[in-house]
Design a binder for this molecule. Structure first.
Ligand code: C5P
Length: 402
């Protein structure tokens, strides 16, 4: 495969020579594109000798080969290591003033950036915003390592070790499973908000992270994905159609509309079970002498139950999530099994919440049950790992494609 290795002007540029070796030894053709300042740190002969390819920062060095377009078009992967704060800013803004940034604008293959800079530059709001923008566009931005920096300081900002960058790069080149190609799936994510009055709501702590991971994993596996996102502030990856909603009722309408065409619906959203009977039209005021205020609640529609009883399409797979805590009546799994039988979804993903588990955390530990409450799979790891485990369980249940 063809890899473009961008090198920018940071002291860690010398480590890119080792990365280059690792990538060529893995059997890939690597073209190094240094920036002008990178060449202040490590000279052109090093890059050209190690890669066997020309290494210029300029778009005008090979005008007949139209390299500023060709490199990005032909690349299977672009890696930039080290990526300075300046490169992150130029890439986020879409500036194209040298061969590396023109290549980044043309490339539609995976892009991996390995930032390295002083901690204060990494933590500056401008850099934070640039990284967020790039990630929103689907660019893979590694977290810098923490440790000794160029001067006497230490902190976050070191270039990760070349072996680590090479592993991340090679993982992006591995052909993914496309077992959901041609499928349409709906995922709900986040937590609903039920208004009490124009400024207050009843909500929950769901970040939407697991639902976003499910949507991204399905898109990677080839599905057309609709993400019904309730109050989700986190970035959603590329290739996912997002329908933002706020309340349980809006979520139900959006999910039902999208479900009409879907092969599978995964309800990862934390949907309010109750909402205020009638939200006040004006902000509820404190009343002198009244210390205790009553709030009348009604049940919201159980969307999952509705999807199970009125399947929008024959053979549609419906998946629920159950965030459980153990109590005197049983542990997390016992409650999960009872819920699986009660809800009748084809699969129920049960996870323990509370005490740093589940909501808002990066990791999850789940058991996937079938409608009878029997265990289909157990998955622990990142929310991406759990997302893939869910699709692994869904895929065999899908009706034959047709
Ligand atoms: O009963 P419980 O709320 O624990 O069930 C959780 C599952 O049911 C989740 O998949 C959630 O998205 C779904 N749910 C729903 N409608 C509700 C409440 C929960 O679809 N009103």
């Amino acid at each position: 495969m063809r890899i473009v290795l961008g090198v920018t002007g940071g002291i860690a540029a010398y480590k890119a020579a080792i990365l280059l070796r690792l990538l060529t030894e893995a059997g890939h053709r690597v073209r190094v594109v240094p920036t002008r300042t990178a060449l202040e740190f490590v000279g052109r002969p090093t890059w050209e000798a190690l890669s066997g390819e020309p290494a210029t920062p300029e778009v005008f060095d090979d005008v007949t080969g139209v390299t500023h377009v060709a490199l990005g078009q032909q690349a299977d992967l672009v890696v930039v290591a080290p990526a300075t704060a300046d490169l992150l800013a130029r890439a986020a803004a879409g500036i194209a003033d040298d061969l590396l940034t023109t290549t980044l604008l043309v490339a539609r293959c995976p892009v991996l950036l390995a930032p390295a800079m002083h901690t204060q530059m990494w933590q500056h709001p401008a850099t934070v915003a640039n990284v967020a923008t790039l990630r929103l566009r689907g660019v893979h931005v590694l977290e810098p390592a923490v440790g000794r920096l160029t001067g006497a300081d230490s902190g976050a900002g070191r270039l990760p070790e070349p072996e680590e960058i090479a592993a991340a790069a090679l993982a992006l080149l591995r052909p993914g499973r496309q077992d959901l190609a041609g499928r349409r799936v709906v995922v709900s994510a986040g937590g609903t908000r039920e208004p009490l009055d124009p400024v207050r709501f009843l909500g929950n702590r769901s970040s939407g992270r697991q639902g976003i991971a499910l949507a991204a994993a399905a898109a990677q596996r080839g599905a057309a994905v609709t993400l019904v996102a309730a109050n989700v502030a986190l970035p959603v990856g590329p290739g996912v159609d997002v329908v933002p909603v706020e309340t349980a009722e809006q979520l139900r309408d959006a999910v039902q509309a999208a479900a009409a065409q879907a092969d599978a619906v995964v309800m990862a959203a934390a949907v309010a079970d109750f909402r205020p009977v009638a939200p006040a039209v004006a902000k509820i005021k404190k009343q002198p002498g009244v210390a205790v205020h009553r709030l009348d609640l009604v049940e919201t529609p159980d969307i999952l139950a509705g999807l199970v009883t009125h399947r929008a399409r024959a053979g549609q797979v419906v998946v629920g999530f159950a965030a459980e805590t153990g109590d005197a009546d049983g542990d997390v799994l016992a409650h999960g099994r009872a819920k699986a039988r009660r809800k009748g979804a084809d699969l129920l993903v049960v996870n323990a919440v509370g005490e740093g588990l589940g909501f808002g955390t990066a990791h999850n530990d789940v058991v996937i049950l079938d409608a009878a409450g029997d265990e289909v799979a157990h998955a622990a790891g990142s929310k991406d790992d759990v997302a893939h485990a869910v699709w692994d369980a869904v895929a065999p249940l899908l009706a034959p494609a047709g």
